[in-house]
Design a protein around this ligand. Structure first.
Ligand SMILES: Cc1cc2nc3c(=O)[nH]c(=O)nc-3n(C[C@H](O)[C@H](O)[C@H](O)COP(=O)(O)OP(=O)(O)OC[C@H]3O[C@@H](n4cnc5c(N)ncnc54)[C@H](O)[C@@H]3O)c2cc1C
Length: 425
């Protein structure tokens, strides 16, 4: 029998983390290091169903890691950022509407791109080197008792004082938590991802900027083409995007202009232009904390509501969950401190959702063209667009900046004059 006490995890306590993605490994590392600093000896076990090493599994993530990701590694997790895995440094963004484009180069610390499968393999290896146990198996069921949680999996069952759900958007695991504790997964946007290798000259011609697209199509909310060293990753997102919408996206004139060498796709690499499907959370999960459990990362829906930074948010929420487990406790009441700690993300969600709705409406009625035209002369609006696309600042600030009197005036002037203006920078 384990301890019925739901206070901070004490000496000899056991935490089981379900999922070895960024949220799970951040929780495990922060637990291990925090416990050591407090002089406590904990047992932390990460249960991960996939085999990251050897690149046997695909991960849909585009692998753009945004600030403060390096700080989180060095300061909060005390581990080196895997600079050797960096494929590109993002020098800026090009935002496209059907007839216009604008270059958005900010002053902020740049984002970097890497391959997610290699990043996950690195993180799990660090976890192993830190002495944290890793069980390669899928969790199949959970039982919550007054004094413990039983975690059934494809290997031998485990018992823990507290369970951390870091299972991303895995629908099967969501059902397990739903049945056991009444958890409800977050609402999601779907995405289709593909890549292609345009060759050295094609990559050099493409440059170091991410091209982001806001098409007029009501079914594609946004698309992006991201340089990744020797290839380009292309993704689209919307409430129900599929392979035929990716075909349509690749045929849009503004996308063809950006990818002049698309005709060569497949000549270089037989893996080019295969489509993969995935999901992003676009709202909060429900019942994501309770007695003896806390849910982190995508599974909690604790990410920006519209675009970007999923990995950075996953690491952040994992670190915050570990802090509560070590300092506040593992009861439903103690985990309110986790809600408070994540209020920055939660408070920004309505603004992200508002931005999403405004963008969809504006794209549908061709109102984004004047916004881009106005941004060419209005530095505040240009900065707001950069911050929205790069995910460098909260949406609350982006909307505030984008709706300043000067910006609204510039948009109104552009609306009056530009309906069919020429392509700009
Ligand atoms: C198309 C696409 C592109 C994206 N691009 C970016 C990007 O460029 N930059 C960025 O920051 N974010 C990006 N994201 C978001 C990012 O991938 C996620 O926000 C991030 O991976 C969330 O981390 P996580 O640890 O919460 O979940 P995940 O990374 O999904 O990890 C969950 C882990 O749990 C494991 N698991 C699930 N169920 C079980 C079980 N029952 N037993 C054992 N293990 C289990 C899974 O195998 C998985 O490894 C993208 C997402 C998509 C869909």
């Amino acid at each position: 029998m384990r301890n019925c006490d739901l206070g901070p995890l004490s000496d000899g306590g056991v935490a089981v983390v379900i999922g070895g993605g960024p949220a799970g490994v951040a929780t495990a590392l922060a637990l291990q290091q925090g416990a050591r600093a407090l002089g406590r000896n904990l047992r932390t076990i990460v249960v991960e169903g996939k085999q990251f090493a050897g690149e046997q599994h695909h991960n849909q993530c585009v692998g753009v890691l945004s600030p403060p990701v390096m700080d989180l590694f060095q300061t909060d997790l005390g581990i080196p950022f895997p600079r050797h895995l960096i494929r590109d440094t993002i020098t800026g963004y090009v935002l496209h509407t059907p007839r216009r484009q604008i270059i958005l180069d900010g002053q902020a610390e740049p984002s970097v791109t890497l391959r997610r499968i290699q990043f996950d393999a690195y993180m799990l290896e660090v976890v192993r080197e830190c002495g944290i146990e890793i069980l390669q198996a899928r969790v199949t069921d959970l039982e919550f008792h007054a004094d413990r949680v039983v975690i059934y999996n494809e290997s031998a069952p485990l018992e823990a004082d507290v369970v951390v759900g870091a299972f991303g958007l895995d629908e099967g695991t969501a059902v397990i938590f739903e049945r056991a504790v009444g958890y409800r997964p977050p609402p999601v946007l779907s995405s289709v991802v593909t890549k292609y290798h345009p060759g050295e000259a094609g990559m050099a011609g493409f440059g170091g900027r991410i091209h982001a697209f806001l098409p007029a199509s009501p079914r594609i909310e946004f698309g992006a083409v991201t340089p990744k060293g020797n290839h380009l990753t292309i993704n689209i997102a919307g409430s129900a995007v599929d392979a035929s919408l990716m075909d349509a996206f690749l045929a849009f004139p503004e996308v063809r202009r950006t990818l002049p060498c698309l005709e060569n796709a497949g000549r270089f690499n037989p893996r080019d232009l295969r489509y993969f499907k995935g999901h992003f959370p676009c709202g909060l999960a429900r019942n994501f904390t309770g007695d003896r459990f806390v849910i982190v990362g995508d599974a909690a829906g604790l990410v920006r509501a519209f675009k970007g930074k999923g990995v950075t948010s996953a690491l952040t929420t994992g670190i915050r969950a570990a802090d509560v487990i070590l300092h506040q406790g593992i009861s439903a009441a103690a985990f309110w401190a986790y809600h408070t700690a994540n209020s920055d993300i939660m408070r920004d969600m309505p603004y992200g959702q508002m931005m999403r709705r405004l963008t969809i409406l504006a794209a549908r009625f061709n109102l984004l063209e004047p916004v881009l035209q106005a941004a060419e002369i209005d530095a505040g609006l240009r900065r707001a667009l950069f911050d929205a696309v790069s995910a460098h600042r909260p949406y609350r600030e982006v909307i505030h900046e984008g709706l300043s009197l000067a910006s609204v005036r510039a948009i109104a002037a552009a609306l009056a004059t530009c309906a069919h203006g020429p392509m700009s920078r």
